[in-house]
Design a protein around this ligand. Structure first.
Ligand code: PLP
Length: 393
């Protein structure tokens, strides 16, 4: 037996494990201090009533012979795929039958999709970004190139034709920077990918936070995207499904090369290694897209968006530069006084008992930056902001 030696090349501890470790040590030594966590990107509001109602009804379905469900379709029940298709239609995107695949979340699919691509592909990943893209490719032994995101380019790297990438990751709105591409900017990426015969793996996990109409909520709004892109989306942030688990991936029929078709390969992969998302969860997910469900989740999204504004207003007052906060649940700030990401992490923890995420954990270019999230409670967000103001003014 031999282990996969590529695991030696991935960073040993996941970023949030190190954060949790430092917070636990601090809390143990200072049990009287209340620590406020604006670090991890998990939601805090419960599922909306319409989803709960659908989940209960689906549990009852499982109790009756007539409505009981066993294995479902690999690509998800049509009642959910149709609901997702309608959601896209409202965004101005027409999807064909068979292009939507329901999954247990975007993270799984972002990792699993690599099964359909050869090991010998050049991967281009923005830096900084959600660490899963790099780690999953390193585990598979692939070479990763980075597209530098910085203050100079507004944390939105654009294509460089001197680089021959095969698999390109785009996360918009970006985790951690909150920066989001306009449709015009995405068109440049689509043209680049088509000209290089490359594929864009487009992560739209935070599309629901976009309020500015010039920003893209789906790559398939862009002409030419169907021949070069796969889109990953999730119900985690839009509807609080981080613990319930449901997402979807769109693989266009038009995405093919050398007689091989991405949609067919993905269906083949899923039907071999995946037996579908629970019926009960899919019923809950479909309720998200109902008229009443959409209304209810908008209230939750507004709550998080206001939290983001509260954080952004605090940084405005302090004169600290940041991106995000608008069109994103993340606020990405420059560490004050030239501190490194981890120095600022400790400084904030020790002096204000506020926890964020050090930018260095998202890539080399994240050094010197820091991520705060809007997913906390209003009370905690307001208290954290007060403490930050007191400390840094
Ligand atoms: N994509 C990005 C950019 C994320 O930040 C996250 C989670 O934080 C995910 C995907 C994971 O989504 P899911 O919960 O659907 O697996």
């Amino acid at each position: 037996m031999k282990y996969n030696l590529n695991f030696n090349d991935v960073a040993e501890s996941y970023l949030f494990a190190e954060v949790a470790d430092r917070v636990a040590k601090y809390s143990k030594a200072n049990p009287d201090k209340k620590v406020i966590k604006l670090g991890i990107g998990d939601v805090t509001l419960p599922l909306v009533p319409e989803v709960i109602k659908a989940l209960h009804a689906a549990v009852d379905d499982m109790a009756e012979k007539e409505t009981f469900k066993g294995y479902g379709p690999y690509e998800g029940y049509s009642f959910l795929r149709d609901a997702i298709s309608d959601y896209y239609k409202k965004m101005g995107v027409a999807l064909e039958e068979g292009e939507i695949f329901v999954s247990d979340g975007a993270k799984s699919d972002l990792g699993n999709i690599l099964d359909i691509f050869d090991k010998d592909n050049v991967v281009l990943v923005p830096d900084p970004v959600y660490p899963v893209y790099v780690d999953t490719n390193v585990m598979a032994g692939r070479k990763v190139l980075f597209a530098d995101a910085s203050e100079q380019n507004g944390f939105l790297p654009m294509p460089d034709y001197s680089v021959d990438a095969d698999i390109i990751y785009i996360c918009s709105p970006n985790n951690p920077t909150g920066a989001a591409y306009t449709e015009a900017q995405l068109k440049e990426w689509v043209d680049y990918a088509n000209s290089k015969n490359a594929v864009i793996l487009y992560d739209a996990a935070y599309e629901c936070f976009i309020t500015d109409n010039s920003l893209a909520r789906s790559i398939f709004r862009i002409e030419g995207a169907k021949t070069c892109a796969i889109e990953f989306c999730s119900l985690s942030k839009i509807a609080g499904f981080t613990g319930t688990r449901c997402g979807y991936t769109i693989v266009p029929h038009a995405l093919e090369k050398d007689g091989m078709n991405a949609n067919k390969l993905w269906l083949r992969r899923q039907s071999t290694k995946f037996n579908g998302v629970p019926y009960i969860v899919q019923r809950g997910a479909a309720a998200v897209f109902s008229e009443e469900g959409m209304k209810q989740i908008q209230n939750n999204l507004s709550y998080y968006k206001r939290n983001a504004q509260i954080i952004a207003e605090c940084l405005d007052e302090l004169g600290i530069p940041y991106t995000g906060g608008n069109n994103s649940p993340y606020v990405w700030l420059k560490c004050p006084r030239g501190m490194s990401s981890w120095e600022f992490f400790d400084y904030l923890l020790f002096n204000a008992q506020v926890v964020g995420t050090p930018g260095a954990g998202f890539g080399r270019n994240g050094e010197g930056y820091f991520r705060l999230t809007a997913f906390g409670s209003r009370e905690n967000t307001e208290e954290a902001v007060k403490r930050i103001q007191l400390l840094l003014k």
